[in-house]
Design a protein around this ligand. Structure first.
Ligand code: FES
Length: 64
């Protein structure tokens, strides 16, 4: 699903950047131009980052 409509950036792309070490919206912006136009996606970007980080810390059996 597109998170940033202005720049056609999906939640999958954001999760990939988090997997490579990004921990904040700023970190993600170093790799993708999210929240760089209208800025309306910033809260959703933050949510995708946090949710993915929490899920990545769970054991595989608990994430299902
Ligand atoms: S929707 Fe992301 S900058 Fe506009």
């Amino acid at each position: 699903m597109y998170v940033c409509v202005c720049n056609a950036i999906s939640d999958r792309q954001i999760r990939e950047v988090v997997d490579r070490g990004a921990t904040s919206v700023y970190d993600v912006q170093c790799h993708l131009p999210v929240a760089s136009c209208c800025g309306r996606c910033e809260d959703v970007v933050r949510e995708v980052i946090e949710t993915h980080r929490v899920n990545a810390q769970r054991p595989a059996s608990a994430a299902a």
